[in-house]
Design a protein around this ligand. Structure first.
Ligand code: 0RA
Length: 638
């Protein structure tokens, strides 16, 4: 077949060969991230068709063998054939680098670095890819292998009258180190797209296990406003519905939804051309500038009685604010190591003026709402000023300054942070064992008595009144929040060591919440770990001793013992039951221990979990901690 069809376009094949030689240059990586990137590329083409107004439904199926099938009800890729070249539009779209769905008229396509390298890359990196187009009453199909057409496009019959495009592909296992699709990763992104493309229906079906087919469908008429509701699902809102502003008449289409809640954190998610800009950028800067300016303008007339002389700051204005900012930019420039930050400088002033004007107009028409917001912002300002005064009087210095190292800290002797480790240990008795068992050259111990403060429920000022929090911050050395300086980090490994029980997992969650909210770079840079103490010790005879970390391991170890051997299993209920040597051997020595590194792959999920776990609604929290704390941490990959 391949010989018969002597692909007329040699340069095209050379182009795709380049993708196969250096796949990471085109799709970022060949790990699980790259594997999923292929799906985003294919979906992007259907999204473009929806943006053009011709597609209302996109169906994504995960097939046995980890193939992906994306079907849309758009116009369908044109099925005409170039009279001289004998090459069809389908083949051009599938084999020409950077020819996106609609060639160069693709004005909102995201440039390389995120999505937008083109579906031809997916083709190059797939063992097999089939395109099936319904158009003009016919069904036309073409098949490729590693980017090479396996024949010309074929008319395979009459269509049912509908139009659309189906792309089915099987990633090349010799290119990807991971070939198994993660349903949750697909689902999170597909749901996100559904929020960003209000009214578009996206369905996801997992057909890998024929006995257990999973399917979900997402469609959000409220768009980003529904998105904000979802993010704040477990928080208490200040007013009924998010403020939703849509700007279609400006130079760049822009949409903002924002809502205040009774928490103390600010929570922004920003998107450019439907792609998450995790690190913000000029669109977020413009948003913040406008927000401060407009709210400050209204504050003069709306300050609560007797509080007129309070000065509000931009931090006060953003306390408890959740917002989604989505903009379309034709030539986006992405910055930073991971290209997750919008760099176009003209966007800051555009968003500042366009969004600012719209927000001003909105508040003008909704005086009650702005009055409520000012009241809340004033509350934040008053609390901040009061806390500040009280602290100044008590200490006359910032709580994180001049505190020196906490008395409870048993520091290590090394002054090279790269090799240093800080163990945060639950309880004084385990702390004592850890101090005895450690290698004092590079291992420092900070015992924690009882639970630390739930930082989700208090303002920064109150938080800093907690001695345990101050001890932690002083030991780590970087400060907190916006003043956090990763260069000052005193230990490159911060290891949380708690009992393997419900209390222990609660303490883990409290500490992780603190790190996530106030020392985020610590988490993002992979400095946070969870120690994994053994659950059991198996002893058999005089010689045989084994530490086991799960019920499975215990059962397997018992099964491995010689027939009839006598044995004893000790269950460790807490760290305190191990002596110093045991603790060091099983949980602390780098050669022997098992640790989990904490990542936050999905900041939004983490935020939701923390706001739910730590928030006001007691019922879901209790149940969640009791049933699931471990599972969720695994899922979050924390
Ligand atoms: C080229 C031209 C037109 C549509 C498309 C490509 C197209 C590509 C993809 C890829 C996935 N789904 C797609 N849907 C459409 C315009 C066709 C016309 O003018 O009728």
């Amino acid at each position: 077949m391949a010989e018969e069809y002597s692909g007329s376009n040699i340069t095209v094949l050379e182009g795709l060969e380049a993708v196969r030689v250096r796949p990471a240059m085109y799709i970022g990586s060949t790990d699980t991230r790259g594997l999923h990137h292929l799906v985003w590329e294919v979906i992007d083409n259907s999204i473009d068709e929806a943006l053009a107004g011709f597609c209302t439904h996109i169906e994504i199926e995960v097939l046995p063998g980890n193939g992906i099938r994306v079907t849309d009800n758009g116009r369908g890729i044109p099925t005409d054939i170039h009279p001289k070249e004998h090459i069809g539009t389908i083949e051009v779209v599938m084999t020409k680098l950077h020819a996106g769905g609609k060639f160069d008229s693709n004005s909102y396509k995201v440039s390389a670095g995120l999505h937008g390298v083109g579906v031809s890359c997916v083709n190059a990196l797939s063992d097999k890819l089939i395109v099936r187009v319904r158009r003009n009453g016919r069904v036309v199909e073409q098949e490729f292998a590693r980017g090479v057409p396996q024949g010309p496009q074929k008319d395979i019959g009459e269509s049912d009258g509908s139009t659309g495009t189906t792309v089915e592909f099987y990633p090349d296992g010799t290119i990807f180190s991971e070939t198994v699709y993660d349903y949750d990763v697909l689902r999170t992104r597909i749901r996100e797209v559904a929020y960003l493309m209000s009214g578009l229906r996206l369905s996801l079906t997992d057909r890998r296990n024929p006995e257990n087919i999973q399917t979900e469908s997402f469609c959000f008429p409220g768009g980003v406003s529904d998105f904000v509701r979802f993010i704040d699902e477990h928080r208490t809102p200040l007013f009924d519905a998010p403020i939703h502003l849509v700007i279609t008449d400006g130079q760049y289409p822009l949409e903002v939804a924002m809502w205040y809640n009774d928490s103390y954190s600010e929570n922004f998610y920003s998107f450019v051309n439907n792609v998450n800009t995790y690190d913000g950028g000029t669109h977020v800067t413009g948003f913040k500038t406008a927000l401060t300016r407009v709210i400050t303008k209204y504050s003069a007339d709306n300050m609560p009685k007797g509080k007129k002389n309070i000065t509000i700051t931009s931090d006060d204005i953003r306390e408890g604010l959740t917002a989604v900012i989505a903009i379309k930019v034709s030539q986006p420039q992405f910055e930073g190591q991971t290209k997750r930050k919008l760099g176009n400088s003209e966007i800051a002033s555009y968003v500042n003026s366009a969004f600012g004007a719209k927000l001003d107009e909105f508040f003008n028409e909704n005086p009650k709402l702005i009055a409520m917001i000012i009241d809340k912002v004033a509350g934040a300002a008053i609390a901040r000023e009061a806390a500040h005064r009280a602290r100044d009087l008590a200490r006359r210095r910032s709580p994180l300054e001049g505190g020196g190292l906490p008395g409870k800290l048993a520091d290590c002797s090394s002054r090279h942070p790269e090799e240093c480790e800080l163990f945060i240990v639950e309880g004084d008795s385990a702390g004592g064992s850890a101090k005895t068992g450690r290698d004092r050259h590079f291992q420092a111990i900070l015992p924690l008595r009882g639970k630390i403060l739930n930082v989700e429920k208090v303002r920064v000022d109150r938080m800093l009144e907690s001695e345990a929090i101050r001890d932690l911050a002083n030991a780590i050395g970087c400060g907190i929040g916006q003043e956090f300086k990763i260069e000052k980090l005193r230990y490159h490994k911060i290891i949380i060591m708690t009992d393997a029980d419900v209390d222990g997992s609660h303490i883990q969650t409290l500490l992780l919440t603190f790190f996530f909210r106030h020392m985020r770079p610590l988490v993002d840079n992979g400095h946070v770990f969870l120690a994994q103490p053994p659950l059991y010790k198996l002893t058999s005879g005089k010689k045989h001793e084994e530490y086991l970390f799960s019920d499975d391991e215990r059962n397997q170890a018992i099964a491995r013992l010689p027939e009839g051997a006598k044995y004893e299993v000790q269950r460790y209920k807490g760290l305190g039951e191990m002596n110093a040597d045991e603790l060091a051997e099983t949980t602390m020595q780098p050669e022997r221990r098992v640790m989990k590194q904490c990542h936050v792959e999905d900041a939004m999920l983490a935020d939701q979990v923390f706001s739910m776990l730590m928030g006001e609604e007691v019922k879901p929290r209790r149940k969640f901690i009791e049933d699931n704390a471990y599972k969720v941490m695994d899922k979050l990959d924390i």
